[in-house]
Design a protein around this ligand. Structure first.
Ligand code: ADP
Length: 411
């Protein structure tokens, strides 16, 4: 055995060629040592040898047979599938195997090599461990680089998020300023409109007294129309004023104890005078005392009743029904008109909300229900809308006045 060849086998770069020379010295063509890879627990060609072998399954069973029998011969494909050559395996230390290809040397013929094989296995194992460590370091480096990249991305995202938040806050402030300006405008405009409208109404009243002596039906008709329009503007301006009061938390309530059935009947009679197209049918109206602002509750009933007539142009009746249950009086106003789509029920009490499909045909600002909801809330009641097959069914509840409770509160 040439010592130089053996020395070259110890050198990683020269190993494969030196191994061929060594094999030739035993009348073989290839010498391949196998050691266990500790990572996967499988026999693999030692470092410095090609790591792929043709038909791994056949090789594997050959190596296992060598391990069990210590010395084993067969035929194996190498270096490719086409080259099937005689192969002899010799079991080495720590589950290693050395394979001679292209010949069938006996153990005694390779005895000097077998004696040195443990040293080679030790060297290969160390190299392998070193290589694994190297791979690990490389992987760790790569992971560190990835982590750094990720950290940079996160930093960038955090910055962007911060920027977005700042912008959102600025937009929110802008919107708030705009809303404030809009409320201010509404306040000023409605106040400015209120006086001329009141004057107009007063002039119309004076004119009305003079009209008694006029027999011209055309003039009387024009007067009535003008009067109606002024009433409409008055309602709109009052709604705007109410909203600005609610927004500023300045809506005032004069509380008194009164019979809700009387108020209900009063409003029905009053609305019935102007709504000749519909009959307002009061089904039940028990006498119940409530405590609250009569004028504001008048406004709520008026609004619900006017809406039920306004939004049911093809119907001819509206039903009003008041019931008493669990210390609450519930007033229901049911119409047989266009109704309100189910998905818009929860928006109906919002400021300026109007059902887009229908309401453009009718005048209004979308404030009446918002104001009504606010008034009922301040009276500790509830307001809502129940779907009905045809038309709408609005209701509100109020707590029944209990003198003992009022005294308790005072005392
Ligand atoms: P306005 O009638 O001045 O528009 P409201 O706040 O009183 O304002 O009503 C808001 C919207 O709700 C109306 O524009 C209309 O689309 C819808 N609405 C209210 N009452 C009824 C009803 N009885 N039937 C159908 N739609 C209604």
């Amino acid at each position: 055995m040439d010592l130089k060849v053996l020395a070259d086998i110890a050198k990683y770069e020269k190993r494969f060629d030196a191994a061929i020379k060594l094999a030739n010295s035993f009348k073989c063509s290839y010498f391949i040592p196998f050691i266990i890879d500790p990572e996967i627990g499988v026999l693999l060609p030692a470092p410095g040898f090609p790591q792929t072998i043709p038909n791994g399954d056949v090789w594997n069973s050959f190596l296992q047979s060598t391990l069990t029998k210590k010395y084993y011969s067969d035929r194996l494909p190498y270096p490719d599938l086409e080259n099937i050559q005689p192969a002899t395996g010799f079991a080495g230390p720590e589950g290693s195997v050395m394979v001679m290809l292209g010949g069938r040397p006996k153990p005694r013929e390779v005895a000097p090599l077998l004696d040195l094989f443990p040293l080679l296995v030790q060297l290969f194992t160390q190299e392998q461990a070193f290589k694994t460590a190297e791979v690990r370091v490389e992987l760790a480096d790569k992971s560190a680089a990835k982590a750094e990249k990720l950290a940079n991305t996160i930093d960038l995202m955090r910055l962007k998020l911060k920027e977005l938040l700042v912008r959102q806050k600025r937009d929110k402030n802008d919107i708030e300023v705009l809303m404030e300006k809009k409320d201010e405008f509404m306040n000023v405009a409605s106040h400015e409109l209120k006086t001329p409208i009141a004057s107009m109404k007063a002039y119309l009243q004076i004119l009305n007294t003079k009209l008694t002596s006029v027999n011209d039906e055309g003039i009387i008709d024009l007067f009535n129309r003008a009067n109606k329009q002024v009433d409409k503007i008055t309602v709109l301006v009052n709604e705007l004023l109410d909203v600005t009061k609610i927004q500023a938390g300045k809506m005032e309530y004069d509380s008194a104890v009164f019979d809700i059935s009387e108020l209900l009947q009063e409003v029905v009679t009053q609305v019935q005078v102007t709504a000749q197209s519909h009959h307002i049918n009061v089904e039940k109206n028990p006498s119940v005392l409530v405590e609250g602002d009569r004028h504001r509750l008048d406004q709520v009933i008026n609004n619900l009743l006017s809406n039920s007539i306004k939004y049911s142009p093809n119907a001819d009746k509206v039903i009003v029904c008041s019931t008493l249950a669990d210390d609450q009086v519930k007033v229901v106003i049911k119409d047989f008109g266009m109704g309100i789509p189910e998905d818009q029920h929860k928006l109906i009490f919002d400021r300026f909300f109007r059902v887009s499909e229908t309401s453009h045909r009718y005048s209004g600002l979308g404030l009446g229900l918002y104001i009504s909801a606010e008034i009922i809330k301040r009276h500790h009641g509830q307001i809502g809308l129940e779907s009905s097959e045809k038309g709408s069914e609005f209701y509100f509840t109020l707590p029944v006045h209990r003198p003992d409770r009022a005294r308790d509160k005072k005392g």
